[in-house]
Design a protein. Structure first.
Length: 361
């Protein structure tokens, strides 16, 4: 089958591809990139750096050592964690994920280690924690940098002893769990600042997979954009949409600060609003070159507005940027989750539109 790739610059208007062609296209794109047919085994990837990561995943899959996955928000850290699990001989056991930034410390501890009936007020029955739920499988500790020092010490002990104790429990329980930790902060800096234990850092840092930002993997931009476009054409019951070359150029030029998550959202919006089968650059709702640089943001300040107005808009826009994810928005704003929640309650009471939380994080 010959492919009419939307990327082909020699074609003024590319022929729309059929759904079967698209699947074949995605497979070819990944296979050609490395001449390895297994390239798209765990997640879609055409970029060499991501294909190399797939190789690393296969190499380390069955070694029971912790893996630290780092990278910008939305770059695909969780996708990689799942790939490690699926490549390993633990794939038939459970993959459990917990976001360390989403829960207050005492709740996080109870969720991780579980508790016995009566361990604290409200502990009406025994509860198996995430470590036990992941028995034989993989536990993803998302945003591990946000863990309180006391809990970091407990986690270190689990990694060393390979056993846990439920809160209010009567003895240690052996756990066989592969730990994967992620962070989008620089862990070495967190160690330097005294926010993260150095000994735990060394334990977790045995293998570090750094997920490159989407802007640094142009071939993935094309592959994933086509993938999402086919997906949403289908979901919105539209004839299979395709990109004109100028659209692909625009996608490749944009910086994608929100990485694959942002690409997904942008293509979803594009597909929903498309009124022709071929998507051109104008149809793609991103602004090139509008990212405010370190030098010109002061010039862009809306002098004349009140502080309250600016604060409100600033918080709402930050939330929108993070897709409604409260944790990430609070971190970017450098305010506590609690402060952010209070603000959101105020805004909601005023009838303002607040971007809904994504996935309940
Ligand atoms: N290679 C890929 N193929 C298909 N979808 C992808 C790929 N990489 C990422 N995504 C999608 O992009 C979104 C963000 O990915 P993921 O949740 O893995 O990012 P993350 O790095 O964990 O982000 P965060 O720092 O916000 O937790 C998800 O919806 C995921 O399914
Ligand atoms: Mg994640």
């Amino acid at each position: 089958m010959t492919m009419n790739r939307p990327m082909n610059a020699a074609q003024a208007v590319p022929n729309p591809v059929s759904r079967e062609d698209y699947v074949s296209y995605a497979q070819q794109a990944t296979a050609n990139a490395s001449s390895r047919p297994a390239a798209a085994k765990y997640f879609l990837a055409a970029d060499d750096k991501m294909l190399r990561i797939q190789d690393v995943i296969e190499q380390i899959a069955n070694a029971n050592v912790p893996v630290l996955v780092t990278g910008e928000s939305g770059a695909g850290k969780e996708i990689i964690a799942k790939a490690i699990h699926n490549a390993s001989n633990r794939r038939d056991k459970t993959f459990v994920a917990i976001n360390c930034a989403a829960l207050p410390p005492s709740l996080l501890e109870a969720e991780l280690f579980g508790y016995e009936k009566g361990a604290f007020t409200g502990a009406h029955q025994r509860h198996a924690g995430k470590f036990e739920q992941a028995q034989g499988g993989t536990l993803l500790l998302d945003e591990v940098t946000e863990m309180e020092p006391a809990l970091q010490a407990k986690l270190l002990r689990v990694l060393q002893e390979r056993e846990i104790e439920r809160l209010g429990g009567s003895g240690p329980i052996p756990v066989d769990v592969r730990i994967i930790a992620t962070t989008n902060r620089n862990l070495a800096t967190a160690v330097e600042n005294g926010q993260f234990r150095q000994d735990l850092y060394y334990r977790l840092h045995v293998i570090n997979i750094e997920v490159p930002a989407l802007r640094d993997r142009p071939r993935d931009i094309e592959l994933l954009a086509n993938h999402f476009l086919a997906l949403y054409s289908d979901q919105f019951n539209k004839a299979l949409l395709s990109f004109a070359p100028d659209a692909i150029n625009k996608l490749m030029t944009y910086r994608w600060p929100g990485n694959v998550r942002e690409l997904n959202n942008v293509i979803q919006r594009t597909a929903l609003l498309a009124n022709a089968q071929i998507i051109t650059a104008r149809d793609i709702p991103v602004e090139l070159g509008q990212e405010i640089s370190a030098d010109n943001w002061i010039a862009a300040l809306p002098i004349g507005k009140s502080l309250a107005e600016v604060e409100t808009q600033f918080i709402l826009e930050t939330l929108k940027f993070h897709d409604g994810n409260r944790t990430h928005a609070a971190r970017t704003l450098d305010i506590s989750l609690r402060t952010l929640r209070n603000k959101i309650n105020e805004f909601t009471a005023l009838g303002l539109h607040v971007t809904a939380a994504n996935g309940g994080k």
